[in-house]
Design a protein around this ligand. Structure first.
Ligand code: BTN
Length: 244
C-alpha cells in the first residue's frame, strides 16, 4: 500500500472548525499528512481573525497536519508554499488558471477562489484550506469578491478527488521547501503571482491603511512595498487589496 492510500482522513458532515479539531489531533500526536475535513463549518476561521463563510456544502473545507523538517522561523515560507501547492493542484486538475495574492490567497479572474490559514500547534503546522468548488452563488456581502471553480469553468468537480490532489500537491511543495530551500519557493511564488512586483495595492496594517507599489519578496517570504510616502517597507502580515 502506498503512502497516499494510508492517509488518515477524518470527515465530518458538520463541524465548528476543522482547525480546532486538527489542533486536538496534533496534540494527541497525529501523523504528518492526517486530514480533518467537513461538508460544512459553523465557525469557520479566516485570516486576521475574520470568519470564513463555510455554510455551503459546495465548498471544500479541510485542515492538514504537517510536520515539516524546518525551523519555526520558516513559517512565512510554509505559508507561501501552501498557496503555491493549492494554485498548482487546482490548475492541474481543473484547467482553471490561478493567480496568488500575497501571502497565499488563490484567485481566479481576480476573485478569491481559496483561502489558507496557517497555524502552529504543539510543534505541528496546521494548514487550513477553504476552496470554493461547486458553489453556484455566494452571500451578497462577498458576491463581488468570491468565486468558485463551477462559476469559472461551468463544470462541477468532485471535492474528494480535489482533496487528495491538493494533499499530494502540498506534500510535494513542502518537500521542495525542505530539500531545495526557501529560494526555490520564492522563485516559484514570484513566477506564479501577479502581486509580487509592480502592483499598486493597499495594505491593512495595525496603524492603518498604507498604499504603494509591490517590490518583491524578502528571503523570509515577506512582501516589500514602495509606499506613496517614498519609503520601502516590509509587510510581515496583513491583508493586501488591489488598487486601480
Ligand atoms: C482566509 O481568510 O483567507 C483563510 C481561510 C481559511 C479557511 C479554512 S476552511 C478549513 C479550515 N477551517 C477553518 O476554520 N478555516 C480553514
Amino acid at each position: 500500500m502506498n503512502a497516499r492510500a494510508e492517509r488518515s482522513i477524518e470527515w465530518h458532515a458538520t463541524i465548528d472548525s476543522t482547525m480546532r479539531r486538527a489542533a486536538e489531533l496534533a496534540r494527541a500526536g497525529a501523523a504528518a499528512g492526517a486530514i480533518v475535513g467537513a461538508d460544512q463549518q459553523t465557525a469557520g476561521q479566516g485570516r486576521l481573525g475574520r470568519p470564513w463563510f463555510s455554510a455551503s456544502p459546495g465548498g471544500l473545507y479541510f485542515t492538514m497536519i504537517l510536520r515539516p523538517r524546518l525551523e519555526a522561523a520558516n513559517l512565512p515560507l510554509v505559508t507561501l508554499t501552501l498557496g503555491l501547492a493549492v494554485a498548482d493542484s487546482v490548475q492541474m486538475f481543473t484547467g482553471l488558471p490561478c493567480d496568488l495574492r500575497w501571502p497565499n490567497d488563490v484567485l481566479a479572474n481576480g476573485r478569491k477562489l481559496a483561502g489558507i490559514l496557517t497555524q502552529m500547534h504543539d510543534g505541528a503546522v496546521l494548514a487550513g484550506i477553504g476552496l470554493n468548488v461547486n458553489q453556484p452563488d455566494f452571500p451578497e456581502e462577498i458576491r463581488e469578491i468570491a468565486t468558485s471553480i463551477v462559476l469559472e469553468t461551468g463544470t462541477e468537480h468532485d471535492k474528494h478527488f480535489l482533496l487528495r490532489a491538493i494533499a499530494g500537491g502540498i506534500e510535494t511543495h513542502v518537500n521542495i521547501l525542505e530539500t531545495s530551500g526557501g529560494a526555490a519557493i520564492l522563485r516559484l511564488f514570484t513566477a506564479a503571482s501577479s502581486y509580487v512586483s509592480g502592483r499598486r495595492v493597499a495594505v491593512e496594517l495595525p496603524a492603518g491603511e498604507t498604499r504603494g507599489i509591490t517590490a518583491g519578496l524578502t528571503p523570509e517570504g515577506f512582501l516589500l512595498l514602495d509606499t506613496e510616502a517614498g519609503e520601502r517597507i516590509t509587510i510581515t502580515a496583513g491583508g493586501v487589496r488591489p488598487l486601480a
